[in-house]
Structures are given as structure tokens and as C-alpha cells.
Ligand binder design. Structure first.
Ligand code: PMT
Length: 406
């Protein structure tokens, strides 16, 4: 795909890696893109506007935000027209403002005005990148469909080493190209996704649940939307915002999830069950809060197996299940695939740190009912989601599954 003729905005924030934006700009213009650069006040402390002006051949947006100025209106219109906005490098501060919709300078205002895809290439100290506040902001942005690249690992300006380095210029350009031309290979499909945990009440204030955050399922819903599908997202309780454009059905219990799934099943062409449904519920939830400090025996009863029920209905939809395993992943997953009678099973080893439940990344094994197995490396759940959808598209088209091993 060519960037030639694309109207882009390059936002640069106040990081020591700001000089690398110069190399990025040079490459973007070499590829034929028309780039307007917007420097934050702190970015100007690292690299002056003249360099960017010379390379882009355009005035650089640096003026302090003046909402009354006619230029401001014009530049906001420019963001609306731009094919994409890329922020590189992006500081933790920029991520926080973008995640929360704060618009207190030109760049953050442009981000709110942008109609096209947004790609963010963070660069910061490794400790900052791992901070829970930064992780939460990155998760919010990714759930909204923003591409937030993983910084590279290595030596950092602070003298420490870790993950926080500005990604390679090529990686930023590749992400930009992917964001600009999302595959529309699911146009005409109706994708039903389940996500998050279920909550099974014990009494009015307590419940049985699990650590599912919903990130995997919400990532799948957002990716399917980008690829042109109509999406219904049935979700247990999570802290995430449903991707705009999805029909959103919130549920609490496995029984509610079952009802919602069966109700929305008929038109679905692809069903993806990423939810972590509680296997058991209290046989009899107490009507009032259970009191006392005595031993308590809770009688549990199994919940309905929604996935097996969906498969048994044979509606013609392509059915994808997930498997959360802790050992002998491939063997257990293959047994689950066959036991449930589904087309594809996505298995993750939830005993591994940094992947699976409530993690930003995942590393999965794809097993299909034609005997194919494919191992995907560890990557952000947003990218795992796209890889799973590409695999579904290939399997439906009859492409033999690539047999690879981790
Ligand atoms: O939500 P995240 O924090 O992003 O974490 C993602 C995840 C770890 C939850 C996800 O990747 C995952 O593995 N989801 C499935 C978890 C699970 O419940 O696995 P299971 O092996 O217990 O269930 C197998 C399949 O049957 C799943 O598709 C599940 O949705 C389905 N199921 C299970 C029980 C039940 N009663 N009804 C079902 O439909």
C-alpha cells in the first residue's frame, strides 16, 4: 500500500526521542505523504520547528492553543480531513490526555477532531510504561480502536534499560499503512462476540466470578467492526467501553449470557466465545446477606455450556471457542474442540504471567477441526484479535492451516 497522496498529521511530544520524529517525517514525505507537523510546547524544547518545516514543506503547528483564532478553526478542519494522525513519539502525558479526551493544546484538540485512524508510538522510561496508570490508558485507547504500538526494549535515555524505546520508523509506517487500509474482509458478516466474566450471586452482595477483564473479547469486537462486520457484543461486567458501532448487550450471569446468545444467534455468521463463563453457580442464592462467622457450605450446580449448545444448533455460523488452560494446553484444547463440536479453538495458557486473564498481551494456539494447529507469538490482544480474524477468513476460504509450532 502506498502512502502517496495521503494527508497526514504528525504529532510530536516532549520526549528525548523527539528527534526520531524527524526521521519518520523524512520517510513519510519520501513515500509521498503530505504531512502537517504539530509540535507540543515541550516537543519544541527538544527539536525546533524549522527542521520539521523544512522537511514537510509546510508551516508547523506550534502556536499555543487559541480557540478564538481563525487558524485554530482551520487546523481543526485539517484534522477532520486528514487520512490519519500519527503521534510519534508520545509521552505518558499524551497517552493520559488522549485516553481521557482532554484537549488543552493543539495536538490534543486535533486528536479529538480527527475522523481517521490514530496511530500512537510511545517512548518513555521503562518504569513509566509499566505503571498501572499508563497501562490503563493504553488499554482504554486500544479498546477504542486506536493503534498504540509497543515500545522497543533496550537501553533508555535514563541510563536504565527496559521497554520504552521509540519503535523502529519502519514499524510505525507499517502500523500506519495497516490502519489506513483496514482489510474489509468481514463486510457482510454478522459477528457475535462474548466477552468478560460472568457473576453468579451467592447472596445480594457476594458472587462467584473470575479475573476476565474483557480485553480479548472487546479487541475482537473492535477488530471485526474495523473489518466491516456488523458486531453484537454480549459482555459480562467489565471496566471497558464497548467499541462504537457494536450492538452491546450487557449481562451478569451465565444464564443471562445464554439467553442473550441464543436470542442473537440466528443471523450470526461467526460466533466467537471469548467470555470466561463461570462453570458453576450457587444452587440457591440467599435472598438476604449471609451473616455470621461460622463455617459455610455452598452447594454449587453447573451452569449450562453455552458454547456446546450453540454448536449443537448448527445454524451454519463459523463457531470459535476459547480455552483457558494451565497445563498440557494443546492436548486439552484439542479434546475441548472435539468435545464441543466447534470449528476453531483459541487456547491460551493462563498460568503464564503477562498473558491470558486481565493482561494486555496474549499468546495463543489456534486449533481447527480439520486438524490444523497454529501457534501465534505473544503480542497485544488487539493484534491477536486481528490474527484470529484473519485465520477465520482463511479457514472459511478453504486455505489449509499453516502448521507451525511455538
Ligand atoms: O478477558 P481477558 O482478561 O482479556 O482474558 C481473556 C481470556 C483469558 C478470558 C480468554 O482469552 C479466554 O481464554 N476465554 C475463555 C475462558 C474460559 O472460560 O475457558 P474454558 O476453557 O473454561 O471454556 C471453554 C469455552 O467454553 C469458552 O469459549 C467459554 O466461553 C465457553 N463456555 C464455558 C463454560 C460455559 N458454561 N459455557 C461456555 O460457553
Amino acid at each position: 500500500m502506498s502512502l502517496a497522496g495521503r494527508e497526514l498529521i504528525l504529532g510530536v511530544t516532549g520526549s528525548i526521542a523527539a528527534y526520531k520524529a524527524v526521521y519518520l517525517l523524512r520517510e513519510l514525505t519520501r513515500l509521498g505523504a503530505a504531512v502537517t507537523v504539530c509540535l507540543t510546547e515541550h516537543a519544541r524544547a527538544f527539536v525546533g520547528p524549522l527542521t520539521f518545516r523544512t522537511l514537510s514543506g509546510r508551516p508547523v503547528l506550534t502556536d499555543l492553543f487559541d480557540p478564538q483564532s481563525p487558524d485554530a478553526v482551520e487546523h481543526v478542519a485539517l484534522a477532520e480531513r486528514a487520512h490519519a494522525v500519527v503521534v510519534a513519539p508520545a509521552t505518558a502525558n499524551l497517552l493520559a490526555k488522549a485516553a481521557h479526551g482532554i484537549a488543552d493544546d493543539f495536538l490534543t484538540t486535533l486528536l479529538l477532531a480527527a475522523r481517521g485512524p490514530v496511530v500512537i508510538a510511545p517512548a518513555m522510561d521503562g518504569g513509566m510504561w509499566e505503571h498501572p496508570a499508563v497501562r490503563a490508558n493504553v488499554a482504554t485507547l486500544r479498546a477504542r480502536g486506536v493503534t498504540v504500538l509497543e515500545p522497543d526494549a533496550g537501553a533508555l535515555a535514563s541510563g536504565l534499560s527496559g521497554r520504552g524505546r521509540f519503535p523502529e520508523v519502519d514499524a510505525v509506517i507499517e502500523a500506519l499503512e495497516r490502519a489506513l487500509v483496514p482489510a474489509r474482509d468481514l463486510a457482510g458478516d454478522r459477528v457475535l462476540v462474548t466477552a468478560g466474566p460472568t457473576r453468579e450471586p451467592i447472596d445480594p452482595v457476594r458472587y462467584i466470578s473470575n479475573r476476565s477483564s474483557g480485553k480479548m473479547g472487546y479487541g475482537l469486537a473492535a477488530a471485526a467492526l474495523r473489518r466491516g462486520a456488523e458486531v453484537t457484543l454480549i459482555s459480562g461486567p467489565t471496566a471497558l467501553t464497548p467499541p462504537p458501532g457494536a450492538v452491546f448487550v450487557p449481562v451478569q450471569t451465565a444464564e443471562e449470557m445464554r439467553e442473550a446468545v441464543l436470542q442473537h444467534l440466528p443471523p450470526a455468521t461467526i460466533v466467537i466465545k471469548a467470555a470466561a463463563v463461570a462453570d458453576y453457580r450457587a444452587k440457591q442464592a440467599a435472598a438476604s446477606k449471609i451473616k455470621g462467622k461460622r463455617d459455610l457450605t455452598l452447594e454449587l450446580t453447573p451452569n449450562p455450556d453455552i458454547l456446546a449448545e450453540v454448536a449443537a444448533r448448527r445454524t451454519g455460523a463459523f463457531i470459535v471457542g476459547f480455552a483457558a488452560e494451565t497445563h498440557d494446553v494443546a492436548a486439552h484444547a484439542r479434546a475441548k474442540l472435539e468435545g464441543k463440536g466447534i470449528d476453531l479453538l483459541v487456547a491460551n495458557d493462563v498460568s503464564q504471567r503477562g498473558i491470558g486473564f486481565d493482561a494486555e498481551d496474549n499468546e495463543v494456539l489456534l486449533l481447527d477441526r480439520w486438524g490444523g494447529t497454529r501457534a501465534l507469538p505473544r503480542m497485544p490482544k488487539t493484534e491477536v484479535a486481528d490474527a484470529i480474524l484473519s485465520h477465520i477468513v482463511a479457514l472459511r476460504a478453504g486455505a489449509p492451516a499453516k502448521k507451525t509450532h511455538a
